[in-house]
Design a protein around this ligand. Structure first.
Ligand SMILES: NC(=O)c1ccc[n+]([C@@H]2O[C@H](COP(=O)([O-])OP(=O)(O)OC[C@H]3O[C@@H](n4cnc5c(N)ncnc54)[C@H](OP(=O)(O)O)[C@@H]3O)[C@@H](O)[C@H]2O)c1
Length: 306
């Protein structure tokens, strides 16, 4: 699979990544099988968070990584901190430092390649985050930094305080969650799709060379379900099947290819727990949709152009 320069940081990442939010469904051998299948398919990027499975996901992933057929140094490991599950978001220096130590311990690693702040905390003091980032970088615990679910002003607020360039923003994006594309296309119209839900985060990310990492690439709504093969979306699924034939691949790969066709070193974070499915999704890394096929998928998902 080709590699992208993640947020122009020099980290060469596969455009298709594996997220392990759901990995608690697997036993150790299945988890090893999943990450080995991802790696065999060309995936070198793995997304964690301290809150997934209340820390269990990082443990399962870390143990699988130890027993996998590939080396830790050959892949990029990301985690996210900043949410205290069910209680609050916490970007205090103390919490960030303690949370990263907890993640490294559960993962069984000395460092992560990238650290994201998971969801914006209104009580964020950017200078405190800056101190935390400096300590984490100087101690070698974190190589690069980014954010998740931030709008442009929130990124600016943090970026003006931290000395590291923020390289990625993980955001919900799929063929059935297209707010940032709708807003781009419907600029200055008065229809529903012209509503700015995220401050123009796609335009901002491209201007500032931050990679968008698309979470829940096969879901509609907020974890309402999978749109692939769902009878609720016949037109979209017919188009996905047609293009899977045309590009000699599968429907999941086409839905993922739609995301990574968006310029700006975009990445797709697949959350499958199925070793066969991750091999199928990985095929997206070698598919470049034509411009018309990209637009046709957007239309089949129920959208139009002004
Ligand atoms: N930053 C954030 O706020 C945030 C939020 C949510 C998620 N994330 C990250 O994004 C990653 C992906 O999220 P996600 O797991 O919601 O995304 P996803 O890849 O869209 O969904 C994965 C789920 O869809 C199922 N699925 C996929 N294709 C299918 C098909 N063709 N038929 C039937 N089922 C299918 C999978 O089942 P199988 O396991 O059986 O394949 C799995 O249950 C997470 O692991 C996490 O790393 C980040």
């Amino acid at each position: 699979m080709r590699k992208i320069n993640l947020g122009q940081s020099g980290l060469m990442a596969s455009p298709v990544a594996l997220g392990v939010m759901r990995i608690t469904a697997l036993d150790h051998q299945q988890a090893v099988g999943l990450i080995e299948s991802a790696h065999d398919g060309g995936i070198n990027f793995f997304d964690n968070a301290d809150i997934y499975g209340n820390g269990e996901s990082e443990k399962i992933f870390g143990a699988a990584l130890k027993d996998a057929s590939f080396k830790r140094e050959d892949v990029l490991v990301q985690t996210k901190v900043g949410i205290v599950s069910g209680k609050r978001y916490d970007f205090s220096k103390q919490h960030i430092l303690e949370a990263v130590d907890g993640s490294l311990q559960r993962l069984g690693l000395d460092y992560v390649d990238t650290l994201l702040l998971h969801r914006p905390d209104p009580l964020m003091e950017p200078e405190q985050v800056a101190e935390a980032f400096d300590e984490l970088q100087n101690s070698g615990k974190v190589r690069q930094f980014g954010v998740s679910n931030f709008n442009p002003e929130q990124v600016d607020l943090l970026q003006q305080a931290v000395s590291q360039r923020l390289i990625a923003n993980q955001l919900q994006l799929s063929l059935k969650h297209t707010g940032m594309i709708d807003f781009w296309l419907h600029t200055n119209m008065h229809d529903e799709r012209s509503i700015d839900h995220d401050g123009g985060i796609l335009e901002y990310s491209r201007l500032h060379k931050m990679s968008v990492q698309a979470w829940s690439p096969f879901q509609y709504g907020f974890f309402e379900g999978v749109f692939i093969n769902s009878p609720k979306f016949p037109e979209l699924n017919a188009k996905l099947s047609e293009l899977a034939d045309k590009y000699h691949t599968n429907v999941n790969a086409i839905a993922a290819a739609w995301i990574i066709r968006i310029p700006g070193n975009t990445q797709v974070i697949s959350g499958t727990t199925n070793a066969k499915r991750i091999a199928q999704v990985a095929e997206a890394g070698d598919v470049t949709l034509s411009s018309q096929d990209w637009y046709d998928l957007y239309f089949a998902a129920g959208n139009d152009l002004p």
